[in-house]
Each structure stands twice: as C-alpha cells, then as structure tokens.
Design a protein around this ligand. Sequence first.
Ligand code: DLL
Length: 439
Amino acid sequence: MKNQIWNKEMECMPRKELEALQLERLKALVDYCDKNVRFYHDRFEKAGITADKIKCLSDIQYIPYTTKADLRDTYPFGLLSVPQKKIVRVHASSGTTGNPTVVAYTREDMENWSEQVARVAYAAGANEDSMVQICFGYGMFTGALGLHYGLEKIGATVVPTSSGNTEKQLKFMRDFGTDTIVATPSYALYLAESAKERGIDFPMDSYKLRLGLLGSEGCTPEMRQQIEESWGNGFFCTDNYGMSELNGPGMSGECIYRDGLHINEDHFLCETIDSQTGDVLEKGATGELVVTNLTKRGLPILRYRTRDITKINYEPCQCGRTSARMSKIIGRSDDMLKIRGVNVFPSQVESALIGINSISPHYQLVVRREGFSDTLEVRVELIDASLLEIYGELEKLRRTIHDRIKAILGIEIKVNLVEPKTIERFTGKAQRVLDLRNK
Ligand code: DLL
C-alpha cells in the first residue's frame, strides 16, 4: 500500500500550531453553544463557564460532560443550534432505552464530515482509482452514507450495495472488479468465506479485492489476520472508528503503518478519563474516551462520554502525520454490545420483557460467534415450570418475546425459555451479558 496523505496542511501540522487551532476552535464552540443551545447555556451558567474563561486546552475540564442520556432526554431536536431549515441531514442510533440518539448536520457539517472520512480512507490506501463497495446498511446508521460521501470526495467510484445479499455482493465484486470494501470486520470475513465456498465456479482470483476499510465494531489483530488470509492476494485492511454523536465514521482511522488510529484532531479534541470518578487522566493513560467535536454546528456536542476505552499516543507516526493516534478500542465502560453492527443494550431487552405474564424479571443475553457472524440468544426465566410441558403455550410465549425484542433491536435473535431459578442471581450489579465471542 502507498503512503498517501489527503490533507498535508492539516494532518501534518506542527503540534504547537495544531493545539493553538484547537484552542481557538474550542473557544468559538463554547461561545456558539452558549448563544445558540439552551441546554448548554444553562449548563455553562451553572458551572460558571464563558468562552473567555477558556485560556488553555486543559480548561476544557471545567465544561460538564455530555452523555447519551442527555441526547435521549432532549430527543429528537432539543440540542439543535440552528433552525431546522439549516439542517440538511439527520441520522440516529439506538439509545439505551426507548428513544434513539438523533444527530443533525448543517451543510458545513456535511463538508467537514466528508473531509474527515476522505482523510481516513485515503490514509488506508483508497484513492480516485478505487472501486469501492459499501456493505454497510444505508439508512439511519451513519456508516454507509458517511463513507459514501468521503469516498466520493477523494474521487473513488462508489458502489452502494448496502448490507446483506451476499450472493449479489460477490457478483458485483467480480463483475465490477471491486478492489475495496467498506464493511464490519465480521462481514468482511463472512464475505471471504462465502467467496471461498463458491471456489469451484469462481476461484479467489476472480476477485480483485485488495483493501478493506473496516469499522463500527472491534477487530483484534488476530481477526484482522484471519480476514486478510481469507481474502489472500495481499488483501490489506484498516480499522476505522467513530460514532454517530461525533458525525459517524471519520473520527479516526489507521494509516498503512497500522500503529494506532489517527485522530482528526483539528476537528476532535480528545481526552481520556477515569470512567468511575470522571477525573481527567494524564495524557497517554488508558481510560474512557471523551470527545469534543470542535467544528460541529447543527447539533454540537461538547465533551461526549463515548464509554469506549482506549489510550492516546501523541508521538508522530512514520507516515508523516503529526496527529495523535488512539489504540484500538479495548472495551466499553457500559454494557453496550455491538452485534452485527447494531448497538444493543440489555436494558432494551428488559423493556421488551416488561409486562409479559408467565416470565420472571430474570434474563440473560448470550452472545456467540457462529461461523463469522455474531448471534444473540436471550434466556428468559419462566415463573411456572409446568409451562414447559405445554408445547403450544410455550411456543406462543416464545414467539411473543421474540417478536417484541426483534421489533426493538431490529436484529434476529433466539429466545430460550428456561426453568424457574436457573439464571444466576447477583447481589451487586447483575451480569446480564455472557459474551462468548472471544472464548
Ligand atoms: O459505528 C460509526 C462508524 C461506522 C464507525 C462505520 C466506523 C465505521 P455508532 O453506530 O454510533 O457509530 O456506534 C458507535 O461503535 O462507541 C464503539 O463502541 C463502536 N465502534 C465503532 N467503531 C469501532 C471500532 C458507528 N473501529 C460505537 N472498533 C462506538 C471498536 C467501534 N468499536
């Protein structure tokens, strides 16, 4: 892969200049939020914050954190800072309960977002010669449209196949000579295995795939190796991170040296904090990532608690970029699960179970990796064991639970009704999730 830099001026800026720019942008953002968003105005007033009190970057610590709950409480448009006619795009992702998290973009936000994605895609090796198939679901999820705009910006040929329909994905891949895919790591692997299964008719050489822009869920180095070996022919992939609250993909991504994910720091100011105490940690320490989107204007977000655990390396990279690099996500400080690219919270399952007769409030989520795809089993405890003897009733109950949960999560699940008192009880915080994917 070639070492290419999309925006040298910004990506290789001396750190002193970069930090001066971040400070200038932070002050402008605080001033902007103070004047245009009631939610922030009230919070700043309470905390005694005004833009002129921000003298250096570390003064950011006086600004209160924003959480997913804040977005949920102001659903859908309580954090908008402009009249709706200035908003050109809305996206959403699932929240912990009930309301999804809604995000909104002005035209300027869209330009910034495309620029951020253009940089990470170019850093990975994509360019105007690339034929890119986007296998993320188009819709409220930011993954597909985010990469779509960024890839068009660098002049790549975008093939918006969206998610699913593996047979068609592979056909287009062969017929078009697709050389780059955008997918979750698990789907990239699944595609490779499906291609291999058709090996007699279409040997792996019928595919020109060389690059994978992967993201939206974790990918260990072992998994990456497995994906690369499955595709063969020098297939190379990078890890890309982001979240809808921070535009979507494009916040950070690996360059060809793959030694951390370069953060677009002129747009994102990052900190790590102790997720228990909320204290800011020293630079470079492992903790929960907190991000301020310095340039977002439609629905600005300050000091967003991502719940993702990482550490940030501020040393320059051999690629020539001066931007800091975050390590791959080590885990989460809450119980959110990412299953086949979809955010799942145990509390969503709980809300689906509430009010159903014959089941106890004890349940467990079991996540497995079967083949190359994640599966979710929901174990629910019956109140009365005698129901196990009546197949018709049991099946009816299982269906009801299945349909309710599926309607909320939007993914296929398996419901398993178990005997009374067989799900482990906890005296402290209940452990609702059994994640067996890495076992
Ligand atoms: O997943 C945005 C995205 C799309 C990023 C496509 C990269 C590529 P959300 O649906 O809001 O946004 O989910 C955000 O997914 O807080 C992480 O927990 C997880 N996540 C995203 N990228 C990675 C990654 C998109 N590379 C949540 N590694 C985040 C590990 C990731 N976890």
